[in-house]
Design a protein around this ligand. Structure first.
Ligand code: ZN
Length: 289
């Protein structure tokens, strides 16, 4: 039998409803914990049926952990890895070192209180750390063993030769590989919106290319990618902090995030998982180093 290519499947475990409400200035953003529970049940079944019960890594925002400690405890006790997806779903490159440090510490503390240990891994919301934000990686390196935020189109060899930030900081980086498309106009990544909008064979070929370029291929989803009934959509009435035009634009954009490509996303995910061999939580990668 031909050996399948190894991949690591992970979940960016965030509450899109809460994050959106907060971003548009709602005074009291609510949360969609029931939807997160439904998603978890579904993804835990996928682990059992299609991944030989191998566990996943959940990059959890501090606010999700704070709002749903029982669910996080459950995920942890089922054997999955709890890592950090920052405190709130904020873009780190728009913040400064102090704000980053405070938020990292708060998220770590929330997670540690729930599961009794500090998370080993970190992934920035939106993979939102620019290449020259070395200060951000310095702060991450003080607190985590590994990071998985750095977007690249390069091979691991060429990164190891030219990109010394992670070596200097003793931080293991698991790169988010993107395949350059349309003369580098954008790069095709291996999860999230790309999973919803493109056929599964495009994701498969990008994961294979990532492997050929020396990376650990990383497949990822968010709860709002997989649930089909717009569970995380913010209703018009809650957008009253916005004036009419931004409110309307936001209303329309939400369909991209909560409606576009969702009907097939779960099937595509399963097709991809069958094609590859999921290895387990990403913290296992630290052993091979
Ligand atoms: Zn995220």
């Amino acid at each position: 039998m031909v050996k399948k290519v190894p991949i690591y499947f992970s979940i960016d475990f965030e509450d899109f409803f809460f994050d959106t409400c907060r971003n548009i200035g709602c005074k009291k953003p609510g949360s969609k914990l029931k939807a997160l529970e439904v998603f978890y049940e579904k993804i835990n079944e996928i682990s059992k049926i299609y991944c030989g019960s191998k566990k996943f890594t959940f990059f959890v925002t501090g606010i999700v952990a704070k709002n749903s400690p029982d669910l996080i405890r459950q995920i942890h006790s089922d054997g999955h890895e709890i890592a950090s997806h920052y405190n709130y779903h904020d873009r780190i490159s728009l913040q400064d070192r102090d704000e980053l440090g405070r938020n990292l510490d708060e998220c770590i503390e929330i997670i540690e209180k729930i599961i009794g240990r500090k998370p080993l891994g970190f992934r920035a919301p939106f993979f939102g750390i620019e290449k020259n934000n070395h200060w951000a990686y310095e702060e991450i390196a003080k607190r985590f063993k590994y990071d998985s935020s750095y977007r690249t189109t390069e091979s691991l060899d060429s990164l190891n030769r030219t990109n010394l930030i992670f070596k200097r900081k003793q931080l293991h980086e698991f790169y988010i590989y993107g395949k350059p498309i349309l003369r580098n106009l954008f790069s095709m990544r291996t999860g999230g919106t790309y999973l919803r909008l493109f056929p599964s064979n495009r994701i498969i070929s990008t994961l294979l290319e990532s492997y050929e370029k020396g990376h650990h291929p990383l497949l990822y989803v968010h709860p709002y990618d997989i649930l089909k009934n717009q569970e995380f959509r913010v209703p018009w009435t809650l957008m009253n902090e916005l004036s009419f035009i931004p409110r309307s634009l936001f209303w329309i954009r939400q369909f991209q995030w909560t409606k576009l490509g969702h009907s097939q996303a779960e099937n595509k995910l399963i097709t991809i998982l069958k094609f590859f061999e999921h290895q387990g939580p990403m913290k296992l990668l630290l052993r091979n180093r």
